[in-house]
Design a protein around this ligand. Structure first.
Ligand SMILES: *Cc1c(COP(=O)(O)O)cnc(C)c1O
Length: 395
């Protein structure tokens, strides 16, 4: 399947074509898969055996402390998911009926908490090189910006933080896909008002389901802690005495035990992501594609090696994904622009986005995420790169 001009017909066709993405019954090469060793098993077995009563938060407290240490923030709160962490952080920051700017290219998990808390999303275009938010000129300033570091790539933090300083608009980092990425020596997630991470089974480090909120802001931390525990202030001496309506987004001690083991191995997990990316890049050298960038002042943890076919190739992501599927490789489509989704709450805000977010629409149509997990082999990678080479030769 090829495409021509970037017109309305093409966009509509894409949406209908979404039905071609079926779950594979027997993929040989998965798109993501956790790396589980004896260490994870040992900690989880200890938690399930001994982690009750007086020890029921032992691993949760350990994970929060060690994670904050790894990211380089003062505080961390373990949560049941990244979506929960973002909801908690936005609520603690008083985000209600505010204008929240985020990239049109994002997973729905970043937008849903914005809408649940009754904020107004401003969906902006993406940078053509790093595929993250491009905060260009706008007619009105947002109240806050959510900077999502896509596929391990970093947003242009210098530009965003300069803007933030001049305008007093806080930056929130969704670093779910960028655990281990660095900007000027600082870890993704540590540079804004707060940062959030996901430990879903497909992410660089996993607890099955889980997430984390990190911050250096003491007031925000205390508010988030109270909200995360059904509105109970940790200093309150009376039992069962909430002072506000909060949330229940806690991580269990069992999940935290697994997280502690994964965090002990984090350098290995990130190094392996980078090694696999280099192998892809080497084998795909010279093809008319672009891949995740790594500007000189950054480190990319390459959660998802992603290829974007040059516009002139006329190769659509569906075509590449179905070719890979034919050799039992589970590749994934670049996120759809949020403004393209048939969701009423989004449509209400997305009309201008469709016409202005040219990079989002164009790059999404040509982008494919390639498998990247600890135990994949060089032969797996070669099967994938050979398939992509063949596709390009056919044009
Ligand atoms: C995975 C992901 C999330 C959601 O994480 P959950 O733990 O599933 O809630 C949010 N934002 C981004 C960018 C993600 O990739």
């Amino acid at each position: 399947m090829r495409y021509g001009a970037m017109n309305e017909t093409y966009k509509t066709k894409h949406y209908e074509d979404a039905t071609v993405y079926k779950k594979h019954s027997t993929p040989i090469v998965h798109y993501a898969k956790p790396s589980i060793t004896d260490l994870e098993k040992k900690y989880v077995l200890d938690a399930v055996t001994n982690g009750w009563g007086a020890h029921c938060y032992k691993y949760v407290e350990q994970l929060e402390k060690e994670f904050a240490g790894y990211i380089g923030t003062k505080y961390a709160i373990a949560t049941s998911s990244c979506t929960g962490a973002l909801t908690l952080g936005l609520a603690a920051a008083g985000m209600n009926a505010k204008r929240i700017m985020l990239a049109d290219i994002n997973w729905i998990a970043t937008l849903a908490p914005v809408l649940h808390l009754h904020n107004i999303p401003m969906l902006t275009d993406i940078d053509p090189i790093n595929w993250c938010i491009d905060h260009g000129p706008t007619t009105e300033d947002p109240d806050v910006i959510i900077a999502t570091h896509l596929y391990g790539n970093l947003c242009d933090m210098e530009k965003l933080l300069n803007y933030s300083e001049l305008s007093n608009v806080p930056i929130i980092e969704d670093a779910a896909e960028a655990l281990g990425s660095e900007y000027n020596g600082k870890k993704a997630g540590s540079m804004g008002l707060f940062g959030v991470f996901s430990f879903h089974g497909t992410k660089t480090m996993t607890t099955g389901e889980g997430g984390m909120l990190v911050t250096n802001d003491e007031a925000l931390y205390n508010k988030a802690l109270t909200l995360s525990n059904h509105g109970r202030n940790p200093k309150e001496t009376r039992m069962f005495w909430p002072k506000t309506i909060g949330y229940k987004f806690k991580m269990s001690n069992l999940q935290a035990a697994m997280g502690c083991a994964q965090l002990e191995r984090i350098d290995k997990l990130v190094d392996r992501k980078r090694e696999i990316f280099y192998t892809y890049r080497h084998l795909l050298e010279g093809l008319p594609i672009s891949m995740n960038p790594e500007p000189s002042h950054t480190k990319n943890s390459y959660w998802m090696p992603t290829i974007v076919f040059d516009y002139e190739t006329c190769i659509a992501k569906e075509h590449a994904i179905s070719s890979l599927s034919n050799v039992n490789v589970d590749a994934r489509p670049f996120f759809w622009p949020l403004s393209m989704l048939p969701i009423p709450e989004i449509i209400a805000y997305s009309f201008t986005s469709k016409h202005h977010n040219k990079n989002a629409y164009s790059i999404s149509a040509r982008g494919v995420n390639l498998p990247n997990y600890y135990d994949m082999t060089d032969a797996d990678i070669k099967l994938i790169t050979d398939t992509i080479k063949k596709l390009v030769e056919e044009i």
